[in-house]
Design a protein around this ligand. Structure first.
Ligand SMILES: Cc1ncc(COP(=O)(O)O)c(C=O)c1O
Length: 369
């Protein structure tokens, strides 16, 4: 009789999940219509030669397992961030660390707060642990609404995700707003501050969040990514700075053995040492973001202020339809819902040629002169 009353497999928590839909970007076949991948906020250029050389060296010893503790990368990150190595954690993309935050903080039925629209991993990570995701709309300017998030804190809230610059809007919190968050968030709630676009935010004039986070008595982590400013989206590496070594231990406990592969570790370490690639990319992104925003505004679209490597343009018609028209020209952008409008298009900053192509295609699609 054992097992007759047991829940069927997979358990209800997993049965209720939708499979992730992330269609592969078509390969560029060198035809007259190049593939323009402007929907995933990747860097438009290949990693620096020094990074490619480090990957090639690491490839020569792929018969060996990688360093599970990522000691060399952690040591480099400790120097880079000025943080004690014991408080640093790494993940297969900062994405994995978002999942770990849900893993270490939520029991089934607990609540977690997320900005809406926001990065989809937040809601997935919460759902996978049986948590209840409470969405809090961002402000009309696309910035996370700290007052509204604080008002949404309830008796079962255990986790909050906040991003600055925020995805999909690019909106950046002020120092005062971050201070309010840190001062008002109760100490039994895990604060996950998502800085996947940290380097772009700093380049756009954001002040450091870390000194403010250090003031917090309760648990916190801020995560950053090698996928964006370091042009390593395919490698899958991210890192987190936590409020204490004890909290960092919790993230280490839920890791998968050898979860970050040797090529990714070597690439991230080399990328951290290669400052000129990042500087050039940040300068390029800021200039091209301004050019793209100006051109979209000339087409009559409202563009949200962005401090990231993408812009969000509010669309007059249905954003999904516009994205479909662009996709037929092999220009891929991300449509999303936006209250009171047809939607919005999130467009990654690509090359100069990408900017020209996406603006020309949109002009034609919306019939602008
Ligand atoms: C806000 C935000 N957080 C986290 C991530 C995850 O990035 P990765 O896992 O590549 O580090 C992304 C990726 O697009 C993002 O936009």
């Amino acid at each position: 009789m054992i097992g007759r009353t047991a829940e069927p497999i997979p358990v209800a928590r997993v049965r209720g999940l939708a499979a992730m839909q992330i269609p592969a970007t078509p390969a560029d076949d060198g035809s007259a219509w190049p593939v323009r991948s402007l929907h995933l906020n990747e860097g438009p250029y290949a990693p620096a030669p020094s990074v490619l050389a480090a990957i090639a060296r690491a490839a020569g010893v792929l018969n060996r397992y990688p360093d599970h503790d990522a000691s060399a990368l952690i040591a480099a990150l400790a120097r880079h961030t000025g943080t004690d190595a014991a408080r640093l954690v790494v993940g297969a993309g900062s994405n994995e660390l978002l999942h770990f935050s849900a893993e270490i903080s939520l029991e089934p039925g607990d609540e977690a707060l997320v900005p809406v629209p926001g990065f989809p991993t937040y809601a997935r990570a919460i759902a996978q642990r049986g948590g209840r995701c409470v969405g809090v709309p961002v402000r009309p300017d696309g910035v996370v609404d700290i007052d509204a998030m604080m008002a949404a804190v309830g008796a079962r809230t255990r986790l909050i995700f906040v991003a600055s610059p925020h995805n999909p809007t690019g909106g950046m919190l002020s120092q005062g707003e971050i201070s309010t968050l840190i001062d008002r968030l109760p100490n039994h709630i895990l604060l996950h501050f998502d800085e996947a676009y940290y380097e772009f935010g700093r380049h756009a004039g954001a002040s450091e969040v870390l000194p403010l986070l250090e003031r917090r008595g309760g648990p916190w982590i801020t995560t950053r990514s090698f996928s964006k400013a370091y042009s390593l989206a395919g490698a899958r590496v991210g890192y987190g700075i936590t409020g204490s070594a004890a909290l960092a231990d919790a993230y280490r406990k839920v890791r998968v053995g050898f979860g970050i592969n040797a090529l990714a570790l070597a690439a991230a370490q080399a990328a951290l040492a290669e400052k000129s690639h990042v500087t050039a990319l940040l300068d390029h992104t800021a200039a091209e973001r301004q050019r793209l925003s100006g051109a979209l505004e000339l087409l009559g679209m409202r563009v949200l202020p962005s401090a990231a490597n993408f812009v969000a343009a509010i669309t007059p018609g249905l954003a999904g339809d516009l994205a479909g028209v662009l996709a037929r020209k092999r220009i891929f952008v991300l449509p999303a819902a936006w209250p009171g409008a047809g939607g919005m298009l999130r467009i990654t900053i690509g090359t100069r040629a990408d900017t020209g192509a996406v603006v020309a295609a949109l002009r034609e699609a919306i019939g602008a002169p």
